[in-house]
Write a protein that binds this ligand. Structure first.
Ligand code: MN
Length: 322
């Protein structure tokens, strides 16, 4: 997925200064962002948020749907080719299908319970769209994880994982998407200590075992989940801080647990780019507009996206949460 805001702001993120060093419970309500086009899908973005930029290496969280894409005139997802640098994208579906194409030659349909993991590294471009034959409801999330300095320019890569480990514990069904949780480890390649897991809550719920050195957040895919005693509405993200060894989950419904070691480096995010400076972003934007460095996506019916104009004033360094 792409950041299709016409006038995206530039954000400085990272560093340990504003990581909660104790358990907290801050519910972040996302803002609605239209993915573009006359029938563009709307997504709810909870990261980056005015009150919080990152959770571990996770720097971008979009939740979308459930959206009816079965009627005439509803186009579903249609995100033309666009570039990324310095990050990994995680696509996760609860319902429906999305067709991914990229500049390293991948063409992959993703379905619920599977992971599409794209590592942009030095530069990749991709498109995402609802396939012509599809389930009439689309519901999912897209995450971006920032790559650390030593990996930010790795060769671009794509992986599809349909064999993720699933652990049933009390009333919880845990699918480990990235990293390790409840003794199960995802086969997906990671570059910093982090975790992402879908947790389906049923019955009397249960308690997850957490790492006190990680910071965590939980995204609700629907109304119903109760996170550490507090109901979490659909599309909202509960930031939980660090210092937790256990997380009680009750109520009912599907959630996504995100976590990781606090990301020490300062990064600059703008549009679809994660760099270390404003100049990194300028170079990436210039290269994309010049048709350099991001390869070619074949098979998408339509032109690639143009980059928006850069903000007139370069980024002023800011703290992690402001
Ligand atoms: Mn994208």
């Amino acid at each position: 997925m792409s950041n299709l805001e016409p006038d995206p702001t530039e954000a400085s993120c990272g560093g340990r200064a504003d990581v909660a060093t104790v358990p907290v419970h801050d519910v972040l309500i996302g803002r609605d962002v239209v993915l573009g086009g006359p029938r563009g899908m709307s997504v709810t973005r909870t990261l980056p948020h005015r009150d919080r930029r990152m959770v571990g290496a996770w720097c971008f969280v979009d939740h979308y749907g459930p959206e009816d894409i079965g009627s005439v005139g509803t186009g579903g997802m249609r995100v033309p080719p666009h570039p990324h640098i310095g990050l990994q994208t995680v696509s996760w579906l609860v319902r429906g299908e999305v067709l991914h194409r990229d500049s390293v030659g991948s063409e992959q349909l993703i379905e619920p319970g599977q992971l599409n993991l794209m590592t942009a590294g030095a530069g990749i471009s991709h498109s995402e769209e609802s396939p012509p034959e599809r389930t009439p409801v689309l519901h999912g999330a897209q995450l971006w994880g920032a790559l650390p300095a030593e990996a930010r320019a790795v060769a671009p890569a794509f992986a599809h994982h349909s064999d993720l480990p699933v652990v049933a514990r009390d009333g919880l069904t845990v699918t480990v998407v990235m990293g390790t949780l409840e003794g199960a480890t995802s086969p997906a390649r990671t570059y910093t200590p982090l975790v992402a897991a879908e947790v389906l809550i049923g019955g009397d719920g249960g308690t997850l075992t957490l790492r006190p050195d990680f910071e965590y957040a939980v995204l609700a895919f629907e109304d119903g989940p109760v996170v550490d005693g507090r109901p979490l509405p659909a599309g909202a993200l509960a930031y939980l801080g660090t210092g937790r060894t256990a997380l009680p989950l009750s109520g009912a419904g599907r959630t996504l647990l995100l976590g990781g070691e606090p990301f020490e480096e300062q990064i600059v995010m703008w549009w679809n780019f994660v760099g270390r400076s404003h100049d990194d972003v300028v170079v990436a934007r210039t290269d994309w507009e010049a048709g350099r460095g991001f390869g070619t996506v074949t098979g998408f019916d339509g032109p690639p996206l143009h980059a928006p104009e850069l903000p007139a004033t370069p980024l002023k360094p800011r703290g992690r949460t402001r």
